[in-house]
Design a binder for this molecule. Structure first.
Ligand code: F3S
Length: 295
């Protein structure tokens, strides 16, 4: 019997869902006004194209927005000075920073004021990390591996993580600091959404003949799901939407697994499931749709 199984945790995380909700509300309440996001609100071209059609343009910095315009801050957050500059230029901010990221910003700000040296374990080029650093005077040590951590000479450290970091890496670095440094405070600020998606992708891949990972071509969390899936199911395909499905390969297999990154809209997941279900006489589509609505 043929079956299609969707990984338990798939698609939008809480922060992305809320950010898009705020974007839609902003559009509805500000018809005819200029609305911008600094960088794409999510890494999914279908969604950003749709927002563009509704009048939301992408800019690279607040200076690109004219005075009086509305700028939506995406879930990654922005540095503290972004808010000050926007205020000075009379730009209205709609803050869609994920609450979990907001908490890290507040933690590092408070710790910095108490005289601590901030360490962010994460990618120095990622917007979330750039934003966090901007809440502690851009003076955080940013490290992505143990070798970089070993170069830090300071004590009195306050350590946080980029939300999408793997737990193993964070623990390795935090343990090193706790052993080698005086007076260390560690806050594990990793968000469970990433780990949950990776774990359920792995579990689904183990039990599948073919895996379809749905995500935008520039979505790093979706690409990570592809890598994980490929380890457990050689027959793994990465698709942006139903147009790219390898239907001939799908037809040959009995157990099809699906996983989707945190920036993949539910609608695209449903369309992929529906397209594949049409190939099968005994469709599991209804059950899958039900599962998707529950998350
Ligand atoms: Fe927020 Fe976690 Fe998503 S930090 S943006 S809910 S991955």
């Amino acid at each position: 019997m043929k079956e299609i199984k969707l990984a338990k945790h798939s698609g939008f995380c809480f922060g992305v869902r809320e950010a898009l909700k705020k974007a839609e509300e902003t559009i509805d309440q500000n018809q005819g006004k200029k609305i911008y996001t600094c960088g794409p609100i999510i890494h999914n071209k279908t969604v950003t194209d749709e927002l563009e059609e509704k009048g939301v343009s992408i800019i690279s910095c607040p200076d690109d927005a004219e005075s009086g315009a509305i700028v939506i801050i995406r879930s990654h957050g922005e540095p503290e000075k972004f808010y000050q500059e926007a205020k000075a230029r009379e730009i209205k901010i709609v803050d869609a920073t994920c609450p979990f990221v907001k908490r890290i910003q507040q933690l590092v700000k408070d710790a910095k004021e108490q005289g601590r040296n901030i360490v962010v374990v994460g990618d120095k080029n990622h917007p979330e990390v750039i934003g966090i650093n901007g809440w502690c005077d851009n003076e955080a040590y940013i490290v992505l591996n143990l070798d970089e951590a070993k170069k830090i000479k300071a004590d009195h450290l306050f350590i946080v993580a980029q939300t999408t970091l793997t737990n193993d890496l964070f623990q390795e670095i935090a343990e090193y600091f706790k052993k080698e440094k005086k007076d260390v405070i560690v806050h594990n600020t990793i968000c469970s959404a990433t780990a949950e998606r990776q774990k359920s992708c792995m579990e689904t891949a183990i039990d599948s003949d073919l895996m379809v990972i749905i995500g935008g071509s520039d979505s790093s969390n979706s690409k990570k799901l592809y890598e994980i899936s490929k380890k457990y199911c050689e027959n793994t395909y990465f698709v942006e939407n139903k147009e790219y499905l390898p239907l001939k390969e799908v037809e040959k297999c009995n157990k099809i697994g699906i996983a989707a990154g945190a920036s993949t809209p539910e609608r695209i997941i449903k369309e992929v499931i529906a397209t594949m279900s049409e190939l099968f006489t005994e469709s599991k589509e209804e059950n899958l749709m039900h599962g998707l609505m529950e998350e």
